[in-house]
Design a protein around this ligand. Structure first.
Ligand code: KG4
Ligand code: ZN
Length: 344
């Protein structure tokens, strides 16, 4: 029997991840090894450390995925490389030294096993994470990508046909969360910390600016909001007042998410699309998820969200892209190189 198992490797930033998917889209293995603890004390990802950690752990993560896949299939022995149909890998965008580790490993592995290599765009991975919950998602639709590195509003006209309506002019949304948490001395990454605090806060407590809200385009700006938060912290400290962190977190989130909703809705109206989906690490935020579902459903838009655990970087989403590319025979040449600046 011909194998149809596709293994996918993700190493674009600070997680080393490997997933194995079957032809029907069943995820047989989904391993993530995070380096967060090694970067946290520096307040962000240190590229050189990221590369070295990927080198250290990648063989172990692949082995764990091959074993997990065997267990999922009810096999006693680990899945052998020769039993895979193809090897997919994130080509970009991301940290070049981190990407190179995954790309070089995938090439060597595929070459030795005599299997095709598949190159995956990380941003497309974040989009395809939506197919893990909603396999029948079909273009045209509007897609918001909010991660640590990107903030993009995209009109997906067909699979592979992306019209980027607008991007951030400065910081990405996830980056703004990280910078605000850092300014408050709360640790890294900021997203999960801020969103947990915001649960007990009043989103109307502080009136932070909604940058570019009425700019009549699809561009975003986050650096002014970050500055407004820092200024607020300094003013409160100077006045001898203690900052109510939950209120600050909830008010910051509201300022970011109000703009996200406004522009997504504008894009839906302008394109006439009836479907909307979300992706990237910030898509794990429960308040953003709830707000978009509530406000867009009410307006007749079907909203698709990735599973919460598949929003931050993982290989399951990369495997879903690779599975579809494998089906289409869309293989990469073995001289394929990591591309840190890849876009949609
Ligand atoms: O997609 P991702 O894992 O990596 C990139 O491709 O950039 O996104 C990481 C970003 C970080 O900035 C992190 O703070 C943010 O996603 N993030 C969140 C949440 N969880 C992760 N932001 C807001 N709320 C969250 N719950
Ligand atoms: Zn990502």
């Amino acid at each position: 029997e011909e194998s149809s198992l596709v293994m996918a490797i993700e190493s674009s930033c600070d997680e080393t991840a490997v997933a194995i998917i079957d032809a029907a889209g069943r995820m047989l293995a989904n391993q993530v090894s995070t380096q967060i603890d090694f970067h946290a004390r520096f307040g962000g990802v240190v590229p050189e450390i990221a590369s070295r950690k990927h080198v250290e752990v990648i063989v172990g993560v692949v082995d764990a995925a091959l074993e997990e896949a065997a267990a999922s299939l009810g096999l006693a022995d680990s899945v052998a490389p020769g039993e895979l149909a193809a090897v997919g890998v994130t080509q970009g965008p991301g940290l070049v030294g981190a990407l190179v580790v995954g790309v070089a490993f995938a090439k060597g592995f595929a070459f030795a096993a005599g299997k095709p290599l598949i190159a995956v765009n990380h941003l497309e991975g974040h989009l395809y994470a939506n197919l893990l919950t909603t396999p029948d998602l079909e273009p045209p639709f509007i897609f918001t990508l909010v991660s640590g590195g990107h903030t993009m509003l995209v009109h997906v006209r067909a699979w592979g046909d992306y019209e980027v309506l607008g991007e951030t002019l400065d910081d990405a949304v996830g980056e703004a969360f990280d910078k605000v948490a850092k300014a408050l001395g709360l640790g890294y990454p900021g997203g999960p910390i801020i969103s947990r605090l915001a649960e007990d806060g009043d989103s109307k407590a502080i009136d932070f600016p909604r940058a570019m809200m009425h700019s009549h385009d699809y561009r975003f700006s986050l650096s002014g909001l970050k500055t407004a938060v820092v200024t607020y912290i300094e003013q409160e400290a100077a006045a001898g007042r203690t900052i109510h962190l939950p209120d600050l977190a909830a008010s910051f989130e509201a300022a970011v998410f109000d703009v996200q909703f406004k522009k997504a809705w504008d894009a839906l109206k302008q394109t006439g699309a009836k479907e909307y989906c979300l992706g990237g690490g910030v898509a794990a935020n429960p308040h953003l998820r709830e707000l978009l579902v509530r406000k867009l459903s009410r307006r007749g838009v079907r909203v698709t969200l990735p599973p919460q655990h598949a929003c931050t970087d993982n290989a399951a989403m990369i495997a879903e892209v690779a599975r579809r590319k494998y089906r289409e025979g869309d293989y990469a040449a073995f001289d394929m190189d990591a591309d840190p600046n890849m876009t949609l």
